[in-house]
Design a protein around this ligand. Sequence first.
Ligand code: ARG
Ligand code: ASP
Length: 720
Amino acid sequence: MRKLVLSVAVALLSSSLFADEGMWVLPLLKQQKFAEMQALGLKLGDLEVYNAEGPSLKDAVVRFGGGCTGEIISPDGLVLTNHHCGYGSIQRHSTLEHDYLTDGFWAMSRAEELPNPGLTVTFIDKIEDVTDYVMEALGKISDPNSVEFLSATYLNGLAKEKVGEAFLRENPGTEVEIKAFYGGNKYYMFTKKIYSDVRLVGAPPSSIGKFGADTDNWMWPRHTGDFSIFRVYADANGNPAPYSESNVPLRPKRWLKLSLAGVEEDDFAMIMGFPGRTNKYYTSWEVAERRDIDNAVRINIRNLRQEAMLEEMLKDPQVRIQYASKYASSTNAYKNAIGSNWAIRKRDFERVKAEEQQRLIAWSNKMCEPAYPEALLSLEKIVNDRKDLRFRSWMLDEALVRGIEFSKVPTDIEPLCQALSGKDKASRAESLAAFEQAYKRFADKDYAPAVDKKIAKVMLKEYRRLVAPESAPAYFSVIDSQFKGDVDAFVDYLFDTSIYGSQANFERFKKRPSVKALREDPMILFAQSVKDERKALAKALADFDAGYAIAHRTYVKGLLAMHGELASFPDANSTLRLTYGQVRGYSPRDCDFYGHQTTLDGVMEKEDSTNWEFVVPARLKELYKAGDFGPYQMPSGKMPVAFCATTHTTGGNSGSPVLNGNGELIGINFDRNWEGVGGDIQYLPEYQRSIIVDIRYVLFVIDKYAGAGYLLNEMELVKE
Ligand code: ARG
Ligand code: ASP
């Protein structure tokens, strides 16, 4: 009987929202979820988490660069984020003599902290519901097919109008942005303060910060110390200012306390951050499209590309270094697509979404609301009608644009052609120099023509196998007309004869540059043709995009009307959200069970000095042997490394603070398990886990491993 009651309860639950599902918008949190959070273990009042009128926890959470999250952890503007979020900055400061990627970096004084031009840290000062304001403006647009309701340019124009130019002038570094939620059924305005003097303070070696690399990426159990530390600088008044020696560390409104108490199974945990993009409101047809076109093309093409790349990487250590980062970013989205399709199939997302559609149709019929079922018909038709274009577009992007590096050779030859046709020697020399610069940016230190050539052959064969000749870039016709369909011969010809085919070819061209050579260069023609085809496809798809946006908005409006506005949360859109849940392991398959906490023992178990992904630094081994874990160890005496929780996160949540019931920092979010990435479409309570580096491991590495314990002096550590 009890079992029956339980399964009824579970069934009821699963028909609506799962307990830990949700990326909540802060202004609605109190009405929507606060009671539930407190029941689960949150000890703070709502105003301590989010307060529209004064400082709250949310003021310690920042957007780090363009795609990650970070958190402020000291009154002097220290920011924590992931190693993979700081990776680009760490790499740019690295040279053969100072290889910070390999060896790590620690500023031993503030003077040693390294500036990073282009890197920003963004605070969200204010969040306002501006739905009425935006709807009123949109009401003045007469074109029924207008998609201004999603246009960033249009919406940000409205935001500027709302606050006025004077406000922006008086507040340097402040920007306003209006974002569409629920497909354009609701709008929030964000007042942001953007700091652009952000300096690198510390990073562990990659053998800690990226331990397990691609093999362990999207995997639990995990043993990566994925963190790095920066500091925000401001002018003397605390305002954003470009890098200057006279800038001073920012005195932030809020910073987080760090907890040494650790986590236990079922403990409450919450995460604030900037999730990028989810597709909770997909229809069943879009689920199928994602599975059969988007994900399928990506999996097929990247698998072939990575195989070819890896073969070359294993043969040549030079290539291994050159292609490490390209390989990593390729496999990152590849593994995600595999996990996504696994979940779509195993959990039958098509049916789950179809049932939701059926509920909406039945409800609409009862309520006499024909617009919602009509929107569904439109969506079904659009997805069906765009099939071919979408497939071609994904094939083009994956196989040609991303797959073949030389499809991105510089094609802007006009300035040089003109200079060469003229008589002016100086402008010829100048144009030629600019042309060479562009070539060098393309053929940089990480470009290996032999690898590109090998991969291009594989990519082109697969592309031609799957895409009809009349649907391919126009230039591809020469493969049949001049090379009898022999792709290998065609690619060899490109490398043999193009200006860009080799350094030697380029030098030869430089000695006798000619307009004819430029205009007839086969790689330039190839690249230009791929670009043209991409443009044509985007244009053809734009009509569908507009119809889609309009129908999607109506569909989501229907769901909001049926379920009630407060029952749901909007898809991720790179705005500040909160998710909460519990610390918990999971079972990936029958009779296989994963715990919630990993330890340094696991690092040693995975150690493999012959495999770059699993090398353990000598100093870490010494500390392990000596059991020298200081105050960071668990009661059992083991050294914690990472833990996982049921929180609902996605890409963009990397670097997000993970907080306990007191609002203290217990870890930094950095990944998900691959069985859980389907949660971008449908939350998976039994599978989806956020992967989090334990704050005690972070502090141990700073203090014991790196000897940068002085940084701890400016932090607030909480022992109990
Ligand atoms: N999978 C994680 C996130 O998307 C981490 C990616 C970085 N790590 C890597 N090995 N590529 O995006
Ligand atoms: N690793 C992701 C990120 O970089 C997080 C995730 O996809 O769960 O944001």
